[in-house]
Design a protein around this ligand. Structure first.
Ligand code: HXC
Length: 268
């Protein structure tokens, strides 16, 4: 088998990327465009979406900004149907929009729980449902859901997000089996600590917190949105045509590397 030419592997293809106005969503949209694709960038605020579109076009593809809150199923369906009306097809959906805040479980209100479940779990289902209508009819499609490894190992302060992302993993695996024979693949990507403005401000706001996070990563560095986008591009491409229902962890070994016992010979 000859090596595929990956430089134009999304030429003629159309993606919808939710949460595309910043961070990993923006990087995935730009990476898709850089390989010749067209991207509809979905998010709540128009200004950052327009910037992603500008970067996507600078990278060589086409882009359009679509404002929409993924908590609204009718708006999500309209965003996806509108993309198909405009570009004639949808090949790719990246459910990347997320809502999160670190909070001890006993302090989380029902409304706070609902806000995160609505964005992460329900929003992913609404997008998947709307896109799959077109993908199943066409007999092709790739869906990628952004999760976090605490979906299976849990993490203090993330009960809403961990529960939602665990639901997304179950949804991904279930629909991967239902739709495999009909040409639609679903996978998850689980990024580790990623150097984005949002994550940095929320999760490692000062030098001490940053050092603590870094010390939890065996690879001893943060990742970048662009590095995560490379893995996403692989899963969305035909290079991953036989991969479905899978979770690709891109975390520098972080979740496997939890130190439970110290080295007794290492001193204090
Ligand atoms: C406790 C909080 C809270 C906090 C909000 N709430 N922030 N409770 N601690 N820090 C509660 C509110 O009090 C309210 O409940 C309920 O949540 C809804 O809050 P609103 O502000 O009204 O909701 P809304 O404006 O819709 O905002 C949704 C949101 C917000 C999820 C709360 O943070 C958001 O939209 N975020 C989007 C961007 C984002 O978070 N991205 C992060 C993705 S990064 P009451 O009971 O008072 O009405 C990611 C990766 C993390 O997910 C990886 C970690 C390793």
């Amino acid at each position: 088998m000859t090596a595929p030419d990956t430089r134009s592997e999304f030429a003629g293809r159309v993606a919808v990327v939710t949460g595309g106005g910043s961070g990993i969503g923006r990087a995935v949209a730009v990476r898709y465009a850089a390989a010749g694709g067209t991207v509809a960038v979905v998010g709540r605020r128009e200004e950052p979406l327009n910037e992603t579109v500008r970067l996507a076009e600078e990278a060589g593809g086409k882009g359009v900004a679509v404002t929409c809150d993924v908590r609204d199923p009718a708006a999500v369906e309209a965003a996806i149907d509108g993309t198909v009306d405009r570009f004639g097809r949808i090949d790719t959906l990246v459910n990347n929009a997320a809502g999160n805040f670190v909070v001890p479980g006993e302090n989380l209100s029902p409304n706070g729980w609902k806000a995160v479940i609505d964005i992460v779990l329900n929003g992913t289902f609404y997008g998947t449902r709307a896109a799959s209508k077109h993908m199943l009819a066409a007999g092709r499609g790739a869906i990628l859901n952004t999760i976090a490894t605490y979906a299976w190992h849990g993490h203090p302060g993330t009960v809403h997000s961990a529960a939602a992302k665990a639901g997304v993993v179950a949804m991904t695996r279930t629909l991967a089996v239902e739709w495999a024979e009909r040409g639609v693949r679903l996978n998850c990507i689980a990024p580790g600590p990623t150097e984005t403005e949002g994550a940095g401000a929320a999760l490692w706001p000062d030098e001490a917190a940053r050092t603590r996070v870094l010390s939890s990563v065996p690879a001893a560095r943060f990742t970048t949105p662009e590095e995560v986008a490379e893995s996403a591009a692989f899963l969305l491409s035909d290079r991953a045509a036989y991969i479905t229902g899978e979770v690709l962890v891109v975390d520098g070994g972080q979740w496997l590397g939890k130190s439970i016992y110290t080295d007794p010979g290492a001193g204090a």
